[in-house]
Ligand binder design. Structure first.
Ligand code: NUP
Length: 211
């Protein structure tokens, strides 16, 4: 079954906790990014840890190896279970995130290709393929690939094999859940769920139509 990962890009701590709690029975993980953490601080992890779901830190870490290591240590010490990092900074920097993740019993995912229209300016022309190859060589647990371009997911799948592919871009960005769910291990969905009139009902609906 393809996982359903809630992208919790809300700015209000109480609302975020409420949405996550109501959706919890229908989702497999919660992804937290800069919007929520910058609004609430890392202590938001304490509010969400009671859900019993994996918490993914989407900080798209992209610095030198030492700084990546420091960021990753802070992320896992706060209680996150996984981290998303960029690969374009090079294998040494990406590997720093992977090593810290694995030392903490967690996971690290490398962005291979982003989902927004502008991503094609830099990720196409062989770059995404190189990033997916780097993710494999760094022993990352998987990659992030765009739900908005299923053909690209299929191409990147050839490179990463059995590794996990998590895919954002379903719904608000135009990606089709049914198409993408067949190709990936997990879909990442934000606005379609948390902006719905009844987020839990929408999460339940999506959880039923994914394969
Ligand atoms: O390529 C990416 N595209 C993307 O949308 C990589 C990401 N990490 N994301 C994130 O996925 C984005 O920051 C947001 O948190 C989520 C998609 O949210 P939505 O478009 O479903 O609201």
């Amino acid at each position: 079954m393809t996982e359903l990962i809630l992208a919790l890009d809300l700015l209000d701590r109480k609302q975020a906790a409420r949405v996550a709690e109501s959706c919890a029975p229908f989702i497999d993980a919660v992804k937290v990014g800069y919007p929520l953490v910058l609004a609430t601080g890392l202590s938001i992890v304490d509010d969400l840890s009671g859900l019993g779901l994996p918490l993914i830190a989407d900080f798209k870490v992209a610095d030198i190896p030492n700084t990546n290591r420091l960021i990753s240590e802070a992320v896992f010490s706060a209680g996150f279970d996984a981290i998303i990092a960029h690969g374009f900074v090079g294998a040494d920097a990406a590997r720093a995130c992977v090593e810290v993740a694995h030392n903490h019993g967690g996971a690290a995912y490398i962005v291979a290709e982003m989902s927004h229209p502008g991503a094609t300016e830099f990720f196409h022309g062989g770059v995404a393929e190189r990033l997916a190859t780097l993710a494999v060589s760094c022993r990352a647990d998987g990659i992030i690939a765009p739900a908005t371009r299923p053909d690209r997911i299929s191409r990147l799948r050839e490179i990463v094999g059995e590794k996990t592919i998590y895919s954002p871009g379903v719904g608000a960005q135009g990606g089709d859940l049914d198409t993408v769910a067949r190709l990936v291990d997990g879909v990442i969905v934000g606005r379609s769920i948390y902006e719905a009139e009844d987020p839990a009902a929408e999460a339940e609906r999506l959880s039923r139509i994914r394969r």
